[in-house]
Design a protein around this ligand. Structure first.
Ligand SMILES: [Zn+2]
Length: 596
């Protein structure tokens, strides 16, 4: 497999290969002047790695911080480093096809503008969403009005809205930690997240696809560009696809192969992914397209050129997911738990040394725990584990056993001195949860988190640690995040009622029975609140409702946002609606994490 150092040389050559121009300055703003993207803030990464960063992660940050327009191969271009994801542009007979229009309309429009400044004012003749994650479609309204073919893997719309809808508030709060969104970029602060430098914060949009890719081997030609598709459901996203450009001998791997070990379970929280299927689809991609591929690119990071290098790269990506899966299963069948396997597992030297398989975004440690979770769940099988006290109650008891917070902090100091930061965290976590007003415990825990963050080779671990340290020192930073109002219109009626049902504060509603019929454009629905549960289904019940409302989906969303019955025709008792709404709780976008 050659010199293990050669991949490093290739990465720094490949990341600059085909460079045409950067966006100058590297700042993208909304029309009213708010910056939604700032790559100039990461110029510090060109310096040598300081002692506040892990050298391997610093190297990755440096690679991710490159921005501009690049030629991938004749007729295929990428704008990289103007969002966490890449926009790829495939030139056709009349115009250009946009693959993955970034997170927000502002960065997408700027990326397309940079392309047009150097390749001419080509019209956008098609859009492709490689998968159902927001960093691959949210900017679509920045590149088209939606009147062109939009290709996506089957199931795209359902997953694009459903993956983040029910647990969305908690995921967003945890994502603030994962992306280090409140950390200042800098040598001691945010240096990227392994997958890219940062996530943009502009206006999110979504046009539904007009062409479903439903099977592997499906061919489509858009604006004279022929593409052969491979569906990869259940890999990095529930709806995802790779595709090949036979005329260009170029392969797009979506987000299934990038220059990091990816997440089997992203730390912001998600339904756990399937490492086995992921590896199988990488195998299939190699056998379908490997022999004819001269360049492989993805929707994050830089491309890889040269057939033998590509085959090695894709097979190592395949092997690392298969290895983690199979070895975790081997060891769990010997009785080891996820936490134990995460410490025991060792990658073979070839995979260990492959830069592209390193844990910058996913990690061997948290992926192994995720694989355990997928098969066996949160419980490790030991009865000591299934009925523990929750954190605050546990903390109080530990602290009492030690003889008080002061003693716990003193012991924690000893572990810090001896270099065991991990156990120092366990002790100090008990001290802070038992007595959140004890400043000595909080300050020491913040220091330990900072040291762990600065030494972490994984970008998301670093961001979690440093955000934890920051919140212990200065409290929770309230972030003015738009929780997907741009996406609300894309929810189905079922999903809208589901989101209402999960807001019912049940104990206060135990005694209530409220039945409402909602006559919408696509048919009537009935909701019944009873026993603290909101059940909903298409209407068909003959029992008399308390209230019947005739309204549009937009009016329904407005009504749930507290706009009242303005202009909505109704029969029955309007008080029924008031009572239902009074039982709805609001999610807390700024809940505490490192304090109780
Ligand atoms: Zn992505």
């Amino acid at each position: 497999m050659g010199d293990p150092l050669s991949p490093e040389i290739d990465d720094f050559v490949n990341v600059d290969r085909g460079f045409i121009a950067a966006l100058e300055p590297g700042v993208i703003k909304t029309p009213d002047g708010r910056a939604v993207w700032d790559s100039d803030a990461y110029a510090f990464l060109s310096a040598e790695c300081p002692d506040t960063a892990n050298p391997s992660l610093w190297r990755q940050g440096r690679l991710c911080a490159r921005q501009g327009l690049y030629e991938v191969t004749e007729g295929i271009y990428q704008v990289r480093g103007l969002d966490i994801s890449n926009m790829t542009l495939a030139e056709g007979d009349r115009g250009v096809i946009v693959i993955d229009p970034l997170i927000c309309v502002e960065t997408a429009a700027a990326a397309l503008g940079l392309y047009r400044a150097h390749r001419g004012d080509r019209p956008v003749t098609g859009v492709i969403y490689t998968h159902s994650h927001g960093d691959h479609f949210g900017g679509v309204a920045g590149v088209t009005d939606g009147d062109v073919p939009i290709l996506a893997p089957v199931g795209f719309m359902e997953h694009a809205v459903s993956e983040n809808v029910y647990a969305g508030t908690a995921m967003t709060r945890r994502a603030m930690y994962m992306y280090g969104a409140t950390l200042p970029p800098g040598p001691a602060g945010q240096i990227g997240m392994g997958l890219g430098i940062a996530a943009s914060t502009g206006t999110v949009s979504l046009f539904p696809p007009s062409v479903d890719i439903t099977r592997t081997g499906q061919e489509e030609t858009v604006d004279g560009v022929r593409m052969v598709f491979q569906l990869t459901p259940g890999t990095e996203a529930p709806a995802e696809m790779n595709f090949f450009f036979p005329q260009r001998r170029a392969l797009c791997m979506a987000e299934n192969a990038s220059h990091t070990l990816h997440n089997i379970l992203t730390l912001r929280g998600a339904v756990v992914r399937d490492a086995r299927i992921w590896s199988r689809y990488l195998s299939e991609a190699i056998s379908l397209f490997g022999a004819e591929t001269d360049v492989v690119f993805a929707s994050h990071h830089w491309p890889t050129w040269g057939n033998s290098t590509i085959l090695r790269y894709l097979s190592e990506q395949r092997d690392v997911y298969a290895y983690l899966h199979d070895q975790t299963l081997r060891m769990l069948n010997q009785g080891h738990t996820g936490v134990e396997i995460a410490e025991m597992i060792q990658l073979p030297p070839v995979l260990e040394q492959a830069w592209h398989a390193r844990g910058y975004y996913g990690s061997v440690s948290h992926n192994v725990k995720a694989i355990y979770q997928r098969y066996l769940g949160w419980f490790d099988g030991n009865p000591a584990s299934f009925w523990q006290h929750p954190p605050v109650e546990t903390a109080k008891r530990y602290v009492a056993c030690f003889g008080g917070v002061e003693q716990v902090v003193a012991k924690a100091h000893d572990f810090v001195e001896s270099g065991d930061m991990r156990f120092a965290v366990q002790l100090l976590q008990h001290a802070v949860f038992a007595d959140p007003d004890d400043d000595a415990a909080k300050q020491l825990l913040a220091q330990v988190y900072e040291r762990l963050g600065h030494s972490a080779g994984n970008g998301t671990w670093r961001n979690f640690y440093l955000t934890g340290a920051q919140e212990l020192r200065t409290g929770i930073t309230v972030t003015p995040v738009d929780l997907g109002t741009g996406m609300a219109a894309a929810l189905s009626i079922e999903q809208i009622f589901d989101t209402v049902a999960i807001r019912v504060n049940a104990p206060a509603a135990w005694q209530e029975t409220i039945t409402i019929d909602w006559v919408l454009e696509d048919g009537p629905y009935r909701t019944t609140l009873r026993h603290g549960v909101l059940i909903h289904h298409p209407a068909g019940d003959s029992a008399q409702p308390d209230l019947t409302l005739r309204l549009t989906k937009t009016q329904l969303l407005g009504l749930l946002a507290g706009q009242g019955l303005n202009g909505i025709s109704h029969e029955g008792d309007p008080d029924a609606l008031k009572r239902l709404l009074s039982h709805l709780d609001s999610p807390d976008p700024n809940f505490a994490i490192v304090t109780p």
